[in-house]
Design a protein around this ligand. Structure first.
Ligand code: SRM
Ligand code: SF4
Length: 559
């Protein structure tokens, strides 16, 4: 069944295969006090446990001059399907972040949390503390199913709660069976009978590459469902969840100068009812990718390339063969936006939700606003749950009407309401990936730079009287696409320090990728381009026409 080309396995395939259920030599690596790093093969395996070895890239030169090893540290990413924490879990996360990491809690574009800057000796205590609050980082990274995302706006309907339960179930279904995490990080007893962790899904080589599932609930596409390997679009008819349209082959990563790599939106292949057939279909979509995905070239190993190599019809037929049932014809749906609903919202049950503005998902106290302290105080009331959005934001959720004044008082005391209302529309619709100084793949800045660039773009929007337009702008430090810049109306993709490719003509709803407009622009050129484009947009746009649609109509892209 496996692709003959795969006989030439990549190095990572061999590491996975001989890893003894993802254990490798992690236990020994952790005990080695001579270095802040872990052994090379373990750097691959630790990802499957939700951690990455990194180093402070700002300090590489200084350390090299002093003949010191790099300043190694680790990032931990939690598994939080659908992005939901209780107030107690938020309080615990706040304290764990303060004790073991830089203290900044980063909400990611997949609705989960990351901590950066942990020393090797911090890893076990951190995982143990998270475990005590019923959180884990299993499979948050690595060649497995990642954090399952799910539409984040529970105030919209009763169906949201029902759909959310599917995110948690799918995450459980797709967890690796290895007991290694519990042995290495939580000091649980070693398995004596390895048969107990036999893994029919992942077997011994796991998937060829990362695998992502997202669930959207139209009309909002806040999680960018079509950028996932497997997107599920909830179909609601007469206020009842009927099932899901299934879309496969989404993924954004590309490599500059490698035309074989490209971003792709998922293609809808059919509909499945919301019963055990859904779980069977999801599982088997992953087994097909396991068996046919490219295992020799990791740049070409995502499901999108498998789909394009064998064809959508082939994938569908193979799926039907494996599940034993046919997919129904896809049902109609439509997306109208991707934005978060800032401020106060009330749901069908009368409960309240407050969405503050969190720039690029970074929760900290800075000179502008003491967001982290405010959130701790809110969590300590026990009156609000915490939900994360795919736009790197936070919703203070499920607040009973009688508790709203208490939460509002804290929000006002820390000027969170003022801060949220003062942020411009473009800033509220921005995403930047982490990039420097921790991301080893960054070619340019992103989250440390986009806020500044927006401060220079805002006067242009004012000048052309288009400040109220909800233009979606996103920046990443490299072409891997972590901030989903290819699905933005204006996307900036880092090429070198201070230089970005500018992409235009994506749509507002996340159903059309943007296209390359100009390459390697520095800030001055970016601002003069935008000045010109905004002027034309204001002058010539049709009534209600979005910036991305106008850019497409004007053919503002390289052919
Ligand atoms: Fe990502 C790798 C950060 C969402 C595509 N991503 C990385 C690494 C781990 C760098 C590395 O491999 O060493 C980055 C860690 C930076 C750091 O210091 O924290 C990183 N990715 C992120 C996050 C934190 C960005 C953010 O600012 O929010 C997001 C964490 C999501 C999560 O919670 O799981 C994040 N990454 C994404 C997304 C968006 C999404 O999934 O909705 C994408 C594009 C969609 C996709 O997967 O195609 C994405 N990340 C990548 C890729 C390209 C994969 C490919 O197919 O080519 C890489 C590089 C790789 O895997 O080799 C990557
Ligand atoms: Fe790093 Fe590139 Fe992802 Fe940004 S897009 S976090 S620079 S891998």
């Amino acid at each position: 069944m496996s692709d003959p080309k795969n006989l030439n396995l990549s190095a990572v395939e061999k590491i996975k295969q001989k890893s003894d259920g993802l254990r490798g030599t992690l236990a020994e690596s952790l005990q080695d006090e001579i270095t802040g790093a872990i052994r090379e093969d373990d750097q691959t395996l630790i990802k499957f446990h939700g951690m990455y070895q990194q180093d402070d890239r700002d300090r590489r030169e200084e350390r090299a001059e002093k003949k010191l090893e790099r300043l190694y540290s680790f990032m931990i990413r939690l598994r939080i399907p659908g992005g939901f924490l209780t107030p107690k879990q938020w309080i615990d996360t706040h304290h764990i972040a303060g004790e073991h990491s830089t203290g900044v809690i980063k909400i990611t574009t997949r609705q989960t949390l990351q901590l950066h800057g942990l020393l090797k000796s911090d890893l076990k205590p951190t995982i143990k503390s998270f475990s005590a609050t019923r959180l884990d980082s299993i499979a948050a990274c690595g060649d497995v199913n990642r954090n399952v995302t799910c539409a984040a706006h529970p105030m919209q309907s009763a169906i949201h709660e029902q759909v959310h339960a599917h995110a948690a179930k799918l995450s459980e279904l797709m967890l690796p069976k290895s007991h290694g995490y519990y042995e290495i990080w939580l000091d649980e007893e070693k398995l004596t009978d390895k048969k107990q962790e036999e893994d029919p899904l992942y077997q011994d080589r796991y998937l060829p590459r990362k695998f992502k599932i997202g669930i959207s609930i139209p009309p909002n596409n806040d999680i960018d469902v079509l950028t996932n390997d497997l997107g599920l679009i909830a179909i609601i008819e007469k206020e009842e969840l009927k099932g899901f349209n299934i879309a496969i082959g989404g993924g954004l990563g590309a490599t500059h100068g490698n035309a074989e790599t490209y971003p792709r939106l998922a293609s809808v292949i059919g509909f499945v009812p919301a019963d055990e057939r859904l779980f069977k279909a999801v599982y088997e979509i992953a087994t097909i990718q396991r068996d046919y995905g490219n295992r020799s070239d990791r740049k070409l190993s995502r499901l999108k390339y498998t789909v394009d190599k064998y064809g959508l019809e082939w994938y569908k037929t193979e799926l039907e063969k494996r599940t034993g049932f046919a997919l129904e014809a896809a049902r109609p749906y439509s997306f109208t936006d991707r934005t978060d609903y800032y401020g106060w919202e009330q749901n069908h049950r009368g409960n309240w939700y407050y969405t503050p503005f969190v720039e690029n998902g970074r929760i900290l106290d800075d000179e502008e606003v003491a967001l982290k302290t405010a959130l701790l105080e809110i969590a300590e009331t026990g009156k609000a749950n915490f939900r994360f959005t795919g736009n790197q934001n936070l919703i203070l959720a499920d607040i009973a009407p009688k508790d709203k004044p208490a939460i509002n008082k804290i929000l006002s005391k820390y000027k969170i309401i003022e801060h949220t209302e003062a942020a411009s529309a473009i800033r509220k619709n921005s995403i930047a990936c982490v990039a420097l100084p921790t991301c080893p793949l960054a070619l340019a800045e992103a989250q440390r730079y986009l806020p500044e660039l927006i401060s220079r773009i805002e006067p242009l929007l004012v000048k052309h009287a288009i400040s109220e337009e909800n233009i979606i702008i996103r920046m990443t430090g490299c072409p891997n696409g972590c901030g989903r810049p290819y699905a933005a109306e204006i996307g900036f993709i880092g090429t070198a320090p201070g230089r970005y490719n500018m992409h235009l003509a994506g749509d507002h709803e996340g159903t059309r990728l943007n296209r390359l407009y100009k390459e390697n622009l520095e800030e001055g050129a970016i601002l003069s381009e935008l000045d010109l484009l905004f002027r034309l947009y204001k002058k010539e746009k049709a009534n209600g026409e979005k910036f991305g649609d106008f850019a497409l109509r004007q053919r503002w892209y390289k052919v």
